[in-house]
Design a protein around this ligand. Structure first.
Ligand SMILES: [Zn+2]
Length: 251
């Protein structure tokens, strides 16, 4: 099947996929939040859209749900336009989507996020969903360090500019996914401090504006669509390998 997005398929096509043994779905999480002066608020959601399709391609037998386009972005509310869900709201959305899938016969769901602010929720969601949906194997990818490392490797010589937000990696991904959305002339460096667990904790509690007044963590300088495709491919590999390994252990 070339189209893997559930919302672009017809119901009979999905029924056929289930009848032929398809049991896996992918739930991408995004965000609607500021990404500096050079990127639109849709970056994480458009990034998640693309990653979802790339992961489905790698898994070979999975359909992709529509990206949840608002996430946990309280730490970006200092910037106009940002929308944020309470963690319990996002958890409820994840549960309701998984419950719908279970009713149709899906048995495995990979939840991942292109927005690091959703990772604290993802790190705790598996046992909660498992308790309420015993027939469903939900795997939530929650290793933001692995994503940042994959980006650093993918951008090679520009690794020191990866800060995790509107940096060279994310800006390059947007150039790969929808180049006309990038206001390149407005790209500016933000916080130069490398992203660590400690910095992430400070950002999540005190807000991005306190550490990076222009909303950028890292530096977008040197961004290119080639680097964006390399970042997308590296993270899609990471997610697909993680899901395949976890599901092998479960079955
Ligand atoms: Zn982002």
């Amino acid at each position: 099947m070339s189209e893997v997005r559930i919302e672009h398929l017809t119901s009979p096509e999905i029924a056929d996929a289930l009848a032929s043994g398809m049991r896996t779905a992918i739930l991408p999480l995004g965000a609607t939040e500021q990404h500096g002066a050079h990127l639109p608020l849709s970056v994480d959601s458009e990034h998640a859209d693309r990653l979802g399709m790339l992961v489905a391609e790698r898994l070979g037998d999975a359909l992709v749900l529509p990206t949840v386009r608002v996430g946990c972005s309280a730490h970006h509310l200092g910037f106009p336009g940002t929308l944020s869900l309470r963690p319990e709201t996002l958890e409820a959305i994840c549960f309701d989507c998984c419950e719908s899938l279970a009713a149709h016969g899906f048995r495995r769901v990979l939840i991942f996020s292109a927005h690091i602010g959703n990772y604290p929720l993802l790190s705790k969601i598996e046992p909660k969903l498992a308790a309420r949906l015993p027939a469903m194997d939900v795997v939530a990818f929650a290793d933001s360090t692995a994503v940042l490392d994959a980006w650093r490797t993918a951008v090679a010589g520009l690794a020191s500019q990866v800060g995790g937000h509107a940096d060279v990696a994310e800006s390059s991904v947007m150039l790969a996914v929808r180049p006309e959305a990038v206001r390149a002339e407005r790209a500016a460096a933000g916080l130069a401090e490398p992203m660590t667990d400690d910095l992430l904790a400070r950002v999540l509690t005190g807000g991005v504006k306190a550490v990076a007044p222009n909303g950028v963590l890292g530096n977008p300088h040197g961004m290119s669509s080639d680097l964006g495709f390399a970042c997308l491919s590296a993270v899609a590999n990471l997610l697909a390998e993680y899901a395949a390994a976890r599901y092998r252990r479960l079955t």
